[in-house]
Design a protein around this ligand. Sequence first.
Ligand code: URA
Length: 216
Amino acid sequence: MVINLSDQHSLISNWVSELRDVEVQNDRMRFRKNLERIGEVAAYEISKTLAWEEKEITTPLGIANCKMLKSQPVLATILRAGLGLHNGLLNYFDKGENAFISAYRKHKPDGTFEISIEYLSCPEIDGKVLIISDPMIATGASLVKAIQYLKAEGVIEEIHIVCAIACTVGIEFVLREQPKATIWCGDIDDEITGKGYIVPGLGDAGDLAFGQKMQS
Ligand code: URA
């Protein structure tokens, strides 16, 4: 399932517009903050779909029948670009466990690339809801590989994917590989360049959030 959070008018569209805007992008703090805010709203929307249980809470004046999240999700993100969205998700799922994966495009001389994963830190994930964030779903290759690595750590109950912008081919690929996943995106674009950048997209999310990296 795919949920485009820009389908309804909301502040999400403002934040996505600012992420895309070359005039605003030079403010890295705003770029990170907008990713964080999208992560927060996605957390709130996802929370409506999770399992809840009744709990009696003692107040100074009596007993309140409250609803509490049945179990805490595992929040995973792909380094480094996913950190902004991850912060937003963690602001709301503040008791969630955390997983981090390094996935990057290892470019070959012929211009193609393969996804290399060299670091994985994962809590107990068996029977848990996984919420994985990556700002840009372009080809979807790094996301799919990251999910495969996480699935090797235990049986995941359900998977939610959070991104700022997804490309249609990337969405198709991810859902072919993970048909039960739900993708929550800030917006959807249709085009992708030969180098795997989304058009119109926003550029390189990691560089815009944290500064240019050295190319190796
Ligand atoms: N990663 C990015 O940062 N931008 C894209 O357009 C695609 C992947």
